[in-house]
Each structure stands twice: as structure tokens, then as C-alpha cells.
Ligand binder design. Structure first.
Ligand code: E4P
Length: 220
């Protein structure tokens, strides 16, 4: 499964990238706002740190403007940047045009199977179902991942990756993998939790104290 960091904070990308397991990064206008950095400068810095895909989101609302903005971003930003388009009818039309021009698109803000299907049909390279926001709305985000995966298998959809997004917990990441999502975009705080386990901490402490004893006995 591709592991993606859901952040526009360059220091967070550097830290997680140093673990050696980071594939890409997703950003959105809210994350850019929160980071305090300049949009293009931030995307360029992130694109130098990890292989990608790095998702940069358009802010236009009409298909024509989204296509123009997507092509413009694609021409100015590094090769590993892909274009994030919202799941609207205008967004679908833009996804179709951009993907036919060879631009890889991540369709975002997906909350239903029908939206996922339409986005794949339009040529999306990635679709981003938002688990946490569905849970917040009283639905079950993980069951959407399961449904999309089932339909992808039954319909033989192979060229559109399921990117689990709006992740709120380690459980979301683990279950997304179990249910067959191709990728997960994970907030910094949750990424840090993925490596933690109390038995690893206590186990290591014991190994280290035993090793000190071995050394004090002159056996190492
Ligand atoms: C996906 O690409 C989005 O950036 C993100 O996962 C949104 O998550 P949120 O619901 O935590 O804002």
C-alpha cells in the first residue's frame, strides 16, 4: 500500500520521509492555509523530498477553469505532482479532459460509491474517499472502502487507485490496508502513532538493561 502524508508542513514531510517509507503527500487549500507557507513554494519543496505522487488541488469551480488551472500547475510544478480535482460534475469533465491529456488526477471529496465509479470512468488515477468525514456524518467510512474495493474487483477496474483519505486513527489505516485500498493519506499525528507500541518500548528497555549487565560482567 502506498503511504502518503496528509500535510503541507515541510518539516513534517522531512521527518516522516526520513523513516524511508513515505511515498507521497496530499495537500488541500485548508492544509496550505494551516501550514502558513506559500502554495507553490511549499509544493516544490515537498516534491523534492519524496517520490510522489504529490497532490496539488485546483481552486477553480468550472470545468474550463479547472482544466486551465490543472494544465498550468502541471506545466510549472515538478513531474511528481498530480492534480487534485473535487468530485463535482464540472470536476468530472475536467478529470476526463486532463487525464486524456496525460495529466494524472486525484479526485477528492468522495463520499459515495457512485461518485467513485464516475471518477474512475472519467479517468482518475486516484480517488479519495473521505473516511473520517463520513464517520463524523454518522456513516461508516470503512464500509465505503470495502464497497469500492468489491466493485473495483467485480468490474475489473485496475487503473484507478483507491486512496483512503480523511483518516482519523491507526485503525483506519490498518483496516484500509486490510480492505484493499491501494493507498492511504495519513495526518502527521496518526503517522507517528503507526510506529508506537508499548510492548516495543518495554521490550527494548529490557534488552538494553540486560545488555548493560552483560557489559558490566565483561562479556562484551
Ligand atoms: C485528502 O486528500 C484530504 O487532504 C484529507 O484527507 C482531508 O481530511 P480531513 O477530513 O481530516 O480534513
Amino acid at each position: 500500500m502506498e503511504l502518503i502524508l496528509d500535510s503541507a508542513v515541510v518539516d513534517e514531510v522531512i521527518e516522516i520521509s526520513n523513516w524511508g517509507v513515505l511515498d507521497g503527500v496530499t495537500t488541500n487549500p485548508s492544509l496550505i492555509r494551516k501550514s502558513g507557507g506559500d502554495f507553490e513554494e511549499t509544493i516544490r519543496k515537498i516534491a523534492e523530498i519524496c517520490p510522489g505522487p504529490i497532490s496539488a488541488e485546483v481552486t477553480s469551480q468550472t470545468s474550463t477553469e479547472m482544466i486551465r488551472e490543472g494544465m498550468d500547475l502541471k506545466s510549472r510544478l515538478p513531474e511528481n505532482v498530480i492534480i487534485k480535482i473535487p468530485c463535482t460534475s464540472e470536476g468530472l469533465s475536467a478529470t476526463k479532459a486532463l487525464s486524456e491529456s496525460g495529466v494524472r488526477v486525484n479526485v477528492t471529496l468522495i463520499f459515495s460509491l457512485s461518485q467513485a465509479l464516475l471518477s474512475a470512468k472519467a479517468g482518475a488515477a486516484y480517488i479519495s474517499p473521505f473516511l473520517g468525514r463520513l464517520d463524523d456524518d454518522g456513516k461508516d467510512g470503512l464500509s465505503l472502502i470495502e464497497d469500492i474495493r468489491t466493485v473495483w474487483e467485480k468490474q475489473g477496474i485496475e487503473d484507478c487507485k483507491i486512496l483512503a483519505a480523511s483518516i482519523r486513527s491507526v485503525h483506519h489505516v490498518e483496516m484500509s490496508a486490510k480492505l484493499g485500498a491501494h493507498a492511504a493519506t495519513i495526518p502527521y499525528k496518526i503517522f507517528k502513532q503507526l510506529i508506537q507500541h508499548k510492548l516495543t518500548v518495554s521490550g527494548l528497555e529490557k534488552f538494553m538493561s540486560d545488555w548493560e549487565a552483560v557489559k558490566s560482567e565483561g562479556r562484551a
